[in-house]
Design a binder for this molecule. Structure first.
Ligand code: SF4
Length: 216
């Protein structure tokens, strides 16, 4: 498929896994087709299923606030999506067969957008991207807050795992960590003139690593 609209149209009529039976609306994702920063969550929830748009509930409000106030960007400047595009019943975790069926859409979106930075929100999207990078993820708390270099078909992407905003809603310590992580992303967004390796190794001891030395 040659553009994001074609991918979105295919998602809206998709029946490749059982989740199509429960959806009101599929949620392909939205934002800038040339976004520098892409956010990937887990799966749509009730509000997202109702509206057909990603991150529009309480967790979405927090994500939007972080994008606006910490990154200094609008939602229209970034691209926001999920690993799984239809809502799992009762907001349960997406199952392995659902992730396997749906993730080619995400792969196509990444391929078309070619973002410089991907922020994975929570363990499902982080674990999916770690698999793509040939690594095994232990837990989100161990891997979050660091940049990992992914060579995706010769296109270098900085992958940055952090907590899902839903985890921060009623947990002030997690929210503080999420805000700190977004400040790290802001540094990378602002470092356009800095080369990738300079960025990864040139900011002192803040936990930045590439997947060459991540030990995962
Ligand atoms: S979750 Fe993905 S694979 Fe499953 S029906 Fe929806 S769009 Fe298709």
């Amino acid at each position: 498929m040659s553009n994001l609209d074609e991918v979105a149209n295919e998602i809206r009529s998709c029946k490749k896994c059982k989740l199509w039976q429960f959806r009101k609306n599929a949620v392909p994702g939205e934002g800038n087709s040339k976004a520098e920063v892409m956010f990937i969550g887990e799966a749509p929830g009730e509000n997202e299923d109702n509206e057909g748009r990603p991150f529009v509930g309480a967790a979405g409000k927090l994500l939007t606030k972080l994008i606006n106030e910490v990154l200094g960007l609008s939602r229209a400047e970034v691209f926001i999506t999920n690993v799984v595009k239809c809502r799992p019943p009762n907001n349960r975790d997406p199952e392995e067969d659902e992730i396997n069926a749906c993730s080619p859409y995400l792969d196509m979106q990444i391929e078309l957008i070619k973002p410089r930075i991907i922020v994975t929100l929570g363990r499902h999207s982080s674990s999916y991207l770690f698999r793509k990078m040939g690594m095994k993820m232990e837990s989100i708390s161990r891997v979050r807050g660091k940049f990992y270099t992914w060579n995706n078909n010769e296109h270098k992407i900085l992958v940055f795992p952090t907590y899902h905003p839903a985890a921060a809603l009623y947990n002030p310590p997690i929210r503080k960590i999420l805000e700190e992580d977004f400040r790290r992303v802001k540094e990378a967004v602002s470092s356009k003139t800095v080369t990738l390796d300079n960025f990864l190794y040139g900011f002192g001891d803040k936990g930045e690593k590439s997947n060459r030395d991540s030990g995962k």
